[in-house]
Design a binder for this molecule. Structure first.
Ligand code: SF4
Length: 271
């Protein structure tokens, strides 16, 4: 892992994500190195040409005292969008914790999203926020598959255990079922294992991008050879996602769950 320190001009930046006003990315790069990651484009913008995603991390340096918690009244802030706020090296460098400490007074809606059990470390801080929700992203409870596609993230059940602990501490929680792997993601099993301690579910489909498609297809070919033709078909004809969306909707309505489905946003047009 190549580690460097880089001064950041700002740490809370405007967002292009619909319904999110600002994003906080305490690091550049991501140790989790998920094979499907959409944030890999960051390599081009951050002077990391030639580096491999998942194998470098810039620790952002910033005067965190400059953070003004009252500047974000009525806004939504996501932590994080192109890294994970609770990477293994967060234990040492604590950028996420330092930022949260400065934001405590804010009334902005803070959404934390992670694949790491380290998130429980900050329960004491979460409790002091007026408007915060903490989520984990998960797309399988199969540990072996998770290890292949998200090699350095916490195991799926460890993420859910962390969420349970956070919920039991009185903090609002959500599960982000993402990315949904066709014919592999068992969303009902994920709901079954988490519905007692989750306030909301969000669902996002797997987006095929030129950089991640060869990796995804290679893994499917090795692990689920019978699905390879299906995956190729979905790439050409994304109408498959409409069927999945209907199944999720039906199940969530039936279970009376609070949920949202964010399919087709990655360049697909709804058929
Ligand atoms: S945790 Fe998120 S940002 Fe990090 S590699 Fe995985 S998908 Fe990308």
């Amino acid at each position: 892992m190549k580690i460097a320190f880089r001064e950041a001009k700002s740490i809370i930046t405007k967002s292009n994500i619909p319904s999110i006003d600002f994003v906080i990315n305490p690091y550049t790069g991501c140790q989790h190195g998920c094979i499907y990651c959409y944030a890999e484009f960051m390599i081009r913008f951050t002077g990391h040409k030639g580096d491999k995603w998942g194998q470098f991390l810039d620790i952002k340096t910033f005067d965190f005292d400059k953070i003004k918690p009252h500047k974000y009244i009525g806004k939504r802030i996501l932590l994080s969008s192109v890294t994970d706020p609770y990477l293994p090296l967060e234990k040492k460098y604590q950028n996420t914790r330092k930022i949260l400490e400065k934001l405590i007074e804010t009334t902005a809606e803070i959404s934390i999203l992670t694949k790491s059990k380290l998130v429980v470390r900050d329960i004491d801080l979460f409790k002091q926020f007026k408007n915060i929700r903490v989520g984990v992203s998960i797309n399988t409870i199969d540990e072996e598959f998770s290890r292949i596609i998200e090699c350095a993230a916490s195991k799926p059940m460890a993420r859910l255990d962390a969420l349970k602990e956070i919920f039991e501490a009185g903090i609002s929680t959500y599960v982000f079922v993402s990315p949904f792997f066709p014919e592999i993601t068992d969303f009902k099993a994920i709901i079954e294992k988490s519905s007692d301690f989750t306030n909301k579910y969000s669902f996002e489909n797997l987006n095929f991008r030129p950089h991640n498609t060869p990796r995804i297809l290679r893994v499917i070919k090795e692990k689920y050879p019978k699905l390879i033709s299906k995956y190729k078909e979905i790439q050409k004809d994304p109408s498959y996602w409409d069927e999945v969306e209907s199944k999720i909707r039906y199940y969530c309505e039936h279970m009376n769950l609070n949920y949202e489905i964010n399919f087709h946003h990655g360049g697909f047009s709804k058929s």
